[in-house]
Design a binder for this molecule. Structure first.
Ligand code: ASP
Length: 308
């Protein structure tokens, strides 16, 4: 019998928001770990714990995932999500518009199809066919932010101006979870609306195995940050490999985030990880990464993990 543990994050970034929003974000993260921990102590699977935790964050509207997803350059929601377990379950979806909870569709891909990744309108068709809840459309907050960002961009010199505008855009708010259950099975998952004003069709790290999420029988990791850099680094695969070769989860995350800062600069990544003993860690090179976790020893929630 293993000792269960669950950790969630709400996205690495600047989190330039009011104290009120920060408070709400931590409250939702705490609720997500409480619900997931309850699943684990009652003997449920780490896969279900991760999915239920992420679904709560997707439903909250506060994070850049599910209902709160940011918009692409033409004002559409296009979401990515993925998950895996240490016993071989892998499922992911990218560029989906229909589901309220892309993480639930990722689980359906893993458990009900022979595939690991479905994209776009055909993944949406599956979500409809399986009776998953539909996305309600972008919230007022998201629409206002989109109008503000778009108003700064002249359509003729789009790319040059977009480059100027990008530093002003607050990335962050993607969600992820990692867990280990009583059977010693580990799971990792990630869900995101991607990055503001992305080109339609852009896919980030969150639905890519080894980039946004990964697990072995010793450790599971979930990443957030600038997706293109995380895909190039295969960040979660590296974390898990380091643990498989004897490093602690903290040493592994520090090593991967430290290297990421050197190669891609600071402000680019955050990772949460858990090992098979239930040790949890959160490391980021951004200003903030709200996290919460529950283990047999500790219940924790903070706007920062270990900041490098
Ligand atoms: N990693 C996500 C993406 O690039 C965004 C984020 O984590 O903030 O799609």
């Amino acid at each position: 019998m293993s000792i269960p543990a669950i950790a969630v994050h709400g996205g690495a970034g600047k989190w330039n928001v009011s104290e009120d929003v920060k408070k709400k974000a931590l409250t939702v993260l705490r609720r997500a770990v409480d619900v997931a921990y309850d699943i684990l102590v009652r003997g449920g699977s780490s896969l279900d714990a991760v999915v239920e935790a992420i679904a709560i964050l997707e439903d909250s509207e506060i994070f850049n995932a599910g209902v709160g997803s940011v918009l692409n350059a033409v004002g559409e929601v296009e979401m990515d999500a993925g998950l895996c377990t240490s016993d071989g379950v892998v499922g992911a979806v990218c560029c989906v518009k229909y589901p309220r909870n892309p993480i639930k569709l990722a689980r359906e891909v893993a458990l009900k199809t022979d595939h690991v990744l479905l994209c776009g309108s055909n993944a949406d068709k599956l979500a409809r066919a399986l009776g998953l809840d539909p996305h309600p459309g972008p919230s007022q907050r998201v629409l206002e932010k989109f109008r503000e960002l778009r108003s700064r961009i002249d359509s003729v010199s789009y790319w040059r101006k977009l480059r100027d505008v990008l530093p002003l855009i607050e990335r962050g708010g993607t969600v992820g979870a990692v867990a280990v259950d009583k059977q010693g099975i580990l799971a990792a998952g990630a869900s995101t609306g991607g990055v503001w004003l992305k080109l339609p069709g852009r896919v980030g790290d969150s639905p890519i195995l080894g980039a946004g999420f990964y697990s072995s029988s010793r450790a599971a990791a979930s990443a957030t940050g600038l997706g293109e850099t995380i895909v190039k680094a295969l960040a979660t695969l590296r974390v898990v490999n380091y643990v498989d070769h004897g490093l602690s989860v903290e040493e592994a995350c520090r090593k991967v985030v430290g290297r990421h800062s050197k190669v891609f600069g600071r402000g680019t990544i955050g990772i949460i990880a858990v090992d098979y003993r239930g040790t949890v860690v959160a490391v980021h090179n951004t200003e903030y990464m709200p996290v919460a976790w529950r283990t047999s020893e500790k219940s924790f929630a903070s706007f920062k993990g270990i900041q490098l």
